[in-house]
Design a binder for this molecule. Structure first.
Ligand code: PLP
Length: 418
């Protein structure tokens, strides 16, 4: 049933019956949460063997005692693992603490000193919808954010290239190239190619923040292919403008994983020096534990398959509820990701905040409207980020049934008024 084909009378009677359903659900006094893009306890349990895995052996092959100070760049075994994961070489990789976000923050903090010395107000390209914490870093540093629409194959590169050509104050771009947060899209080969050429126009101090947070987080049996940007940047001689990031936050323990950063050697040396003022080294015991646990890329893939077994049914359930309740109605569209942690849904323009408010009244917490846009402002007020990973399936299904009801109700109300 397409809502747009209904007469005013039909819409009014639909609205009345949806309102009754809503009042019934409200009386259930639910308390459910669809905001948390974090692993469920069953996923964390997959990595419990990290605990105690070293069994008293703290020495590396070269004799380094990982319990002691030192080594900001990380232990060699972990740098090698990171290099294979990110498509780089060990001497271009740093292995950090439990948060890649911290590495992003600190790297940009270092770049700010350079940009500020050029006395230009830096601007950043932000594909939208995107990751709120990227935007928060820019806001914190006073970097102006310029939005670029996302397509199914990555940011709209015609717009990206035009902006970079026109505006020399644009100093970088945020990218989540595989299973993007929140749309789930993976960048096409063409987008990766064009991205790697951007610094040729933008200048030496331009930085591509390639946040590959969902690099190994597949939901489909066949992963989305992603071209190696490091290889492309080698060809265009732009590796110094590239910063690749990833972490094991959603592989092992979200609060106790390890992170990776890859860039050209000279940039890495500068970053090492910069960090050296604030620290003597990251947690090398945890790096060694991770290497013993994951071992290599095959070990990682086998481990991620266990996550997939847990997560794929949750995403399937979410998509099936969306299709059953909203398919063909013309009042919402949503993504069907092959990996990552989110489903991105768009209501009719102007309705997202009402839907989210109404769901809250019925005891279902959703990510605030606008969170996926810089400054928290979604110009269409239509995007809602759904995070299916954390709640158990029954709670997830219940929360989804409330969400779709709120979308139906708000849409019927809006169309009745039109
Ligand atoms: C795109 C993206 N980058 C980074 C992070 C956080 O990474 P970390 O836990 O390594 O700081 C997240 C977490 O949701 C994310 O979605």
């Amino acid at each position: 049933m397409n809502y747009h084909d209904l007469s005013k009378k039909e819409l009014e009677s639909l609205h009345a019956s949806l309102s009754e359903q809503f009042e019934r659900i409200k009386s259930e006094r639910l308390s459910l949460d669809l905001t948390r893009g974090k692993p469920g306890a069953d996923q964390l349990d997959l990595s419990n063997d990290l605990d105690g895995i070293l069994n008293g052996f703290y020495l590396l092959q070269d004799g380094t005692d990982v319990r002691n100070y030192g080594g900001i760049l990380g232990i060699p075994e972990a740098r090698e693992f990171g290099a294979e994961l990110l498509g780089s070489t060990p001497d271009e990789v740093m292995v950090g603490g439990n948060s890649s976000l911290t590495l992003m923050y600190l790297f940009l903090r270092m770049m700010m000193e350079l940009w500020q010395s050029a006395e230009q107000q830096p601007r950043f390209l932000c594909p939208v919808p995107g990751y709120d914490r990227h935007f928060a870093i820019c806001e914190e540093f006073g970097i102006d954010m310029v939005t670029v629409p996302m397509t199914d194959t990555g940011p709209d590169m015609d717009i990206v290239e035009r902006l970079v050509h026109e505006d020399t104050s644009i100093k970088g771009i945020w990218c989540v190239p595989r299973y993007s947060n929140p749309t789930g899209c993976t960048y096409s080969d063409e987008v990766v190619d064009r991205m790697s050429r951007l610094p040729q126009h933008a200048g030496d101090d331009f930085v591509i923040m390639w946040d590959n947070a969902y690099i190994a987080h597949h939901l489909a049996e066949t992963p989305d292919p992603l071209k190696s940007i490091m290889a492309c940047c080698r060809e265009t001689d732009t590796t110094k403008n590239l910063v690749i990031l990833a972490s094991t936050s959603k592989i092992t323990f979200a609060g106790a994983g390890i992170s990776f950063l890859a860039t050209a050697r000279e940039q890495l040396a500068q970053f090492e020096k910069y960090l050296g003022i604030a620290m003597i080294g990251f947690d090398k015991v945890n790096q060694l534990r991770h290497l013993r646990f994951l071992e290599d890329q095959a070990g990682l893939a086998a481990h991620m398959e266990k996550h997939r077994q847990i997560l794929a049914p949750k995403f399937k359930s979410v998509l099936s509820i969306l299709e059953t309740e909203l398919g063909g109605t013309g009042i919402a569209r949503w993504t069907k990701p092959n990996g990552g942690y989110f489903v991105s849904l768009d209501t009719m323009p102007g309705l997202a905040s009402n839907v989210i408010g109404m769901a809250a009244d019925a005891g279902v917490k959703l990510t605030p409207a606008g969170a996926t846009f810089p400054y928290g402002r979604d110009p269409e007020n239509s995007n809602i980020r759904i995070a299916p990973t954390y709640p158990p399936v029954e709670q997830l299904n219940k929360a989804m049934s409330v969400l779709v009801l709120c979308i139906q109700l708000c849409s019927a109300a809006q169309l009745t008024k039109a």
